[in-house]
Design a protein around this ligand. Structure first.
Ligand code: PLP
Length: 442
């Protein structure tokens, strides 16, 4: 089949997620940090798939693990007390990597299923303990938790909710600790503002009606918002005082992206549950889950009517085998260390090259997760509105580097195997495109 015909069929028969109508880039092959399209053009994937291909594309060890597992046992349910060795082994490894007593994992397939499951499981825990009033979930504005209907309701972007209602209730939003956006805090210190607001919401709602706070330790879609050091310890303490469970959505940050197995504990966030996905299997198989404390798991497991919640692909043996090998590859190749080292280098290089641009407001990063926030005016910090192509599209078309534009933010999240010279290529591509973009977005 020729390329033109494939593109015609794509337009005629495929509905793309998160896309505008129009032609798409057809990728035929991937390896390491690289993509090749159907015409053989090479791209540097500075987004690591969608922040998930941590060990790089088409990693031989993971392909081998998937193949071997498929040949041995391609599928078995986890329902009705069935289990399988890869799921058990992975759960055991995760218990070793996760903080404190977060020793038990509920496996699903996507990040959205995992956040959705976390909400159900946290509510169920309270219910089983007789704490039946606790239902409300607090989330952060500019937080992203997925695309299922509950995850959409928990996502703090109105434009992502438009036209999908009615959305489930029981979700309330808090201001994110986005220090650069000082207008959010009316002149008050950002952490003091956020904590005062949280205490006020608890007082207004009644602390005993709130089931959980669910939030990303570092907000990715929101623009790689890294909270100040005091923020998560203070939120964790308030949760503990009021019996509110703290759920860390580490779908992006988990399994090494920020240079730690989990970003929350590094930032002083002490969660009762961690939601993970993406990097656990580096994009080689859909896998995600909820890691929870022994306390929560024991209550849920011991319910007389069992756990009436599950999906066909819970604990898929191929996904779990791939994830275990993925974790070994991350360890064997010191990729968490590389994430910190090369991520830090890339952040420094971006700051050096872009700092003086009239449209660059802020440059943020945490390990191999970075953002450049663009403004039309550095003094007012007015977000840049684009009049022609999104900057990510220009960076891809003009420099063959794949990044992502979300509003006025450019997000960079390369595979953790990235080298310094590739970091230079990314920084150069951004510099070239930003230097030819005007303050009016043209
Ligand atoms: N949570 C966070 C923080 C995410 O960034 C995402 C996806 O980007 C999700 C949840 C949903 O994951 P998925 O797209 O696999 O459903």
């Amino acid at each position: 089949m020729n390329t033109e015909e494939l593109h015609r069929w794509d337009l005629a028969h495929v509905v793309h997620p998160w896309s505008y109508a129009g032609p798409s880039l057809m990728i035929a092959k991937a390896k390491g940090t690289r993509y090749w399209d159907v015409d053989g053009k090479e791209y540097l994937d500075a987004l690591g798939g969608i922040q998930n291909c941590s060990v790089g594309h088409s990693r031989p060890e993971l392909i081998e693990a998937a193949k071997a597992q498929m040949e041995r046992l391609e599928y078995v349910p986890m329902h009705w007390n069935f289990t399988n060795e890869p799921a058990v082994r992975l759960a055991r490894t995760i218990a070793e990597l996760a903080p404190a007593d977060l020793n038990q994992t509920y496996f699903v397939s996507s990040g959205s299923e995992a956040t959705e499951s976390a909400v159900k499981l946290m509510r169920r825990y309270h219910y089983l303990r007789g704490d039946t009033k606790r239902a409300t979930i607090l989330c952060l504005k500019q937080g992203y938790h997925g695309a299922t209907i509950l995850a959409t309701a928990a996502t703090g972007f109105e434009n992502l909710q438009q036209g999908f209602g009615p959305l489930p209730g029981g979700i309330k939003f808090l201001t994110p600790p986005h220090v650069y956006r000082s207008e959010l805090f009316g002149g008050e210190d950002p952490v003091e503002f956020c904590i005062r607001q949280l205490k006020q919401v608890i007082a207004d709602e009644g602390g005993d009606t709130i089931a959980a706070i669910m939030a990303e330790p570092v907000l990715t879609v929101g623009g790689v918002i890294v909270p100040p050091a005091e923020y998560w310890p203070a939120v964790s303490e308030i949760c503990r005082q009021h019996g509110i469970l703290l759920v860390a959505d580490e779908v992006v940050t988990g399994f090494g992206r920020t240079g730690a197995w989990f970003a929350g504990p590094e930032l002083g966030m002490l969660p009762d549950a961690i939601v993970f996905g993406k990097g656990v299997s580096s994009g080689h198989f859909p896998l995600s889950g909820v890691i929870m404390s022994d306390t929560i798991a024991e209550v849920i497991k011991s319910a007389p009517d069992g756990l009436m919640h599950g999906f066909t692909y819970c604990g898929h043996p191929v996904g779990c085998a791939v994830a275990s090998r993925n974790i070994e590859v991350l360890q064997e190749n010191k990729l968490l260390e590389n994430s910190k080292e090369v991520g830090g280098y890339l952040l420094g290089t971006l700051k050096e090259k872009l700092r003086d641009s009239p449209i660059v407001g802020d440059i943020r990063g945490y390990g191999m997760l970075l953002a450049v926030e663009l403004v039309s005016d550095k003094a007012t910090r007015e977000p840049l509105q684009f009049k022609r192509q999104l900057l990510a599209d220009r960076i891809r078309n003009e420099h063959a580097v794949v990044v992502r534009s979300i509003g006025a933010n450019i997000i960079i999240a390369p595979p953790l195997i990235l080298g310094r010279s590739e970091a230079d290529t990314i920084a150069h591509a951004l510099e070239e495109v930003i230097s030819t973009t005007n303050t009016d977005g043209t």
